[in-house]
Write a protein of this length. Structure first.
Length: 364
């Protein structure tokens, strides 16, 4: 078979891609799609996945603009081709339930639909590549923005689609192949997601350039919680914060983006606890006074996440990105002393962290 590539999928299923034709097979079950031609199971698989999402034949018919008998016929046809039932047929059930094999088949059906869409994309766009990245807001803004800029300059044929979401949402979206690679601050256990720790960073007390407590080390008992600007950096930080601060009074301002927190920082009495990378980003817009906390918060750990069965068409784009990412992490992120500009009688000590490095103000 000339110019072909074989890729393992899930539980023995494989896909063969030959030029612009791809086939899926498993133990005698065989699908084939030829761009521009008819594919006997496209409609059935689309219908099945819609049933999985809606758990209703009626709702599926409405969404696909079909009659209910047509939906049932497509489902029956797919089951006959597979040789096993996909749904449990019991009268009186309000929602459609999948059989064990039906639940296993969902993964293959989703992967097949993804491959079909990728093949159409390859037909229409042979030269440019698109990489979709899912990331938390603080990572996008405070850590990876320079990396994105470097990639766009060095790989003009690569387009980036960058989305910001919470860590929990990113795992769900990646499970559905909504993006190619992601960065999160939580290590959750998902069946088809591989998580890899890439760096961790310390958290510090951040005050304005006219601090209420001008010392190198501060205990949370000394802080006025009514002046806090709060963002929950991850679950471990939230637990730590609940123990040391939330029992006193709620924060003055809570937000879910660092950009909003910065905009709302109006008083010299305001303070926040933030990771190194965020401190670096905030220092671009205002002078800061940074101190260590005596009761140290847990480090924030960043994980790279990817799907166990990635999109075939984006393989090269992911390789480009991961090469640049590795170089980016090796070099780290430097921060100049101007980050804490305007603080008198201070000297600066770099932390031991390599990524990103930050300057801690210590009063002499």
């Amino acid at each position: 078979m000339p110019d072909c590539q074989e890729i393992s999928l899930y539980k023995g299923y494989k896909v063969i891609i030959e030029k612009q034709i791809f086939s899926l097979y498993n133990r005698g079950i065989f699908f084939e799609y030829v761009p521009g031609g008819n594919f006997m199971n496209l409609a059935e698989i689309e219908t099945f996945l819609t049933i999985v999402n809606t758990k209703s034949i009626t709702r599926t018919a409405d969404l696909l603009f079909l009659s209910q008998p047509t939906v049932s016929h497509r489902l029956n046809s797919l089951e006959n081709e597979l040789g096993f039932p996909l749904v449990i047929r019991n009268k009186g059930h309000k929602q459609v339930e999948l059989t064990p094999k039906g639940m296993d088949f969902v993964v293959l059906a989703e992967r097949w639909m993804s491959l079909w869409k990728e093949t159409l994309t390859l037909q229409h766009n042979q030269e440019r590549m698109l990489l979709t990245i899912g990331c938390t807001d603080s990572l996008n803004i405070a850590v990876f923005a320079p990396l994105y800029d470097e990639i766009l300059q060095s790989h003009s044929h690569l387009d980036l689609d960058i989305e910001s979401h919470h860590s929990n949402e990113l795992y769900d979206l990646l499970s559905e192949h909504k993006f190619d690679i992601g960065f999160v601050y939580q290590h959750l256990h998902y069946k088809n997601i591989i998580a890899e720790q890439i760096f961790e960073e310390k958290l510090y007390l951040v005050q304005s350039e006219h601090p209420v407590i001008p010392r190198a080390q501060v205990h949370t008992d000394e802080l006025d919680s009514s002046m806090e600007l709060f963002l929950s950096w991850d679950d471990n930080f939230q637990i730590w914060h609940d123990r040391w601060l939330s029992s006193v009074t709620r924060p003055h301002i809570s937000a879910d983006t660092i950009t909003l927190l910065d905009r709302l920082w109006k008083k010299d009495e305001n303070w926040m606890i933030a990771p190194e990378s965020v401190i670096q980003e905030l220092s671009h817009y205002r002078s800061l006074y940074v101190s260590e906390l005596v009761n140290t918060p847990p480090n924030r750990v960043c994980y790279k996440i990817r799907h166990r069965y990635p999109k075939v068409s984006n393989k090269l784009a992911v390789e480009y990105f991961e090469h640049e990412l590795e170089h980016f992490l090796e070099n780290g992120i430097s921060i100049s002393q101007s980050a804490l500009y305007g603080i008198l009688n201070a000297f600066y000590v770099k932390t031991e962290r390599k990524l990103p490095s930050v300057l801690i103000c210590v009063i002499s």
